[in-house]
Design a protein around this ligand. Structure first.
Ligand code: AMP
Length: 392
């Protein structure tokens, strides 16, 4: 059956209105679409750009009716939106990626089970359904291990590191204090990776797919801090990562933009940490450094338009602005000093409340070479760390 193509002028629905939803909305406007944003938080950044805003809980059945009538297709900006809502919307309009794909991905145990049972490389893992089984479960994967909630965790939230047997008691107590009936966790072997990588893959409803260059990521306290593209010294690894990404999304029969987060071991072997069924923070560089951004690809796959040809126009380093970084930047001449650094492109998300660990914006440094972009990113980060240098 030929897939339906949704023409410009139509209204697209996006569930979730954070910065990813906002960047999707802007990309949709560029291609001539209108966007209806549904996010319970009236201050969510995407509402500012929406043609139609729904700042109401995802459980509101009247809004579901109105939203479904209004939009021609639906996408989402993060995996923790209710799968039930997606299933209900899918009865009425195309949802991309589908609710079936979302259900596999939004539960870490389902996701890892899917990957492992299809022969894709993942760290050893086991499931936990009651805190008092922790010691037995960790023994299955070995020490050190990482415990994660099966659902709803992100940016390192809902994670505990278990270095040795003597840590088990304390983590067990923490779990017992926060556990709700039916809660599940995944225990993973702690991977001694050499570096963290990610790769974006885009797949259309006709099964065509394309990948972006391999990116190298650094995290701080479980949150992405910087992304370098293209990942240095990586042509063989990049080919393997691209093949893996295509195979995983083909197997999922996913339609949309996906990101595979990967661990590279010292042997060169790649393990999949997780799949995101949406544009990813490590893909923000595509806005400034590529022929077509990950958000435009999300619009194209949601509407059934052809995929955009991916070309990296410049090496790039993306630096996230987290928590107080944004305040430091806005102080004195901070912003002017930043914008004076060659190749710096600033994106502030317009979030009013600055909170620790909250992603407030990002800066992409473009350079003729990766080394130039890295120097400029370092100059910026040093300034951020020393405060006064940026606000001089
Ligand atoms: P996640 O929320 O699963 O993406 O985890 C956030 C970060 O925690 C990752 O980017 C890694 O830096 C780290 N991490 C997650 N899982 C593992 C693991 N099994 N072994 C080592 N580090 C991990």
């Amino acid at each position: 059956m030929k897939a339906v193509v949704i023409e410009p002028g139509s209204v697209l629905g996006v569930l979730g209105g954070g910065q990813l939803g906002a960047m999707f909305t802007m990309a949709a406007h560029c291609l001539g679409y209108h966007v209806a944003v549904w996010d319970p938080d009236p201050e969510a950044p995407a509402h500012r750009f929406a043609t139609h805003s729904f700042p109401v809980p995802f459980t509101d059945q009247d809004i579901l009716e109105r939203f479904a009538n209004l939009v021609s297709a639906v996408t989402y900006e993060w995996e923790n939106i209710p799968a039930k809502l997606c299933r209900e919307l899918e009865q009425r309009k195309p949802v991309r990626p589908s609710s079936a794909v979302l259900s596999v991905i939004q539960d870490r145990l389902e996701q890892k089970g899917f990957l492992a049972s299809n022969g894709f490389p993942v760290p050893p893992f086991a499931s936990l359904t009651a805190p008092d089984q922790l010691a037995t479960t960790v023994r299955q994967v070995g020490y050190p291990a990482l415990l994660k909630t099966a659902t709803a965790g992100y940016d390192g939230k809902g994670q505990w590191r278990i270095h040795r047997e003597s840590d088990v008691r304390e983590v067990e107590r923490a779990l017992s204090g926060s556990a709700r009936p039916g809660m599940r966790w995944i225990v993973e072997s702690f991977v001694p990776f050499e570096r963290e990588l990610s790769i974006l893959v885009v797949r259309g409803s006709d099964g065509q797919s394309c990948t972006y260059p391999l990116a190298e990521n650094e995290h701080e306290e479980g949150i992405l801090r910087t992304t370098k593209v293209p990942a240095p010294e990586s042509s063989v690894v990049a080919e393997r990562a691209a093949a893996l990404a295509r195979q995983v999304v083909d197997r999922l029969e996913g339609v949309g933009v996906f990101c595979l987060e990967l661990f590279q071991l010292s042997s060169g072997e790649l393990l999949i940490n997780e799949i995101a069924p949406r544009p990813h923070n490590s893909g923000h560089y595509t806005l400034d450094a590529c022929s077509v951004s990950q958000f435009e690809q999300q619009v194209r796959t949601t509407t059934g338009m052809p995929l955009g040809e991916v070309r990296l126009l410049s090496p790039a380093v993306m630096v996230n602005l987290i928590g107080g970084d944004a305040a430091t930047l806005m102080k004195g001449a901070g912003c002017r000093t930043l914008l004076d650094i060659p190749g710096a492109v600033l994106h502030l998300y317009g979030k009013r409340a600055i909170r620790p660990r909250r992603k407030m914006g990002h800066v992409t440094f473009l350079g003729e070479t990766l080394s130039v972009a890295l120097d400029h990113a370092k100059q910026f980060r040093d300034g951020l760390a020393n405060g006064p240098a940026l606000s001089a």
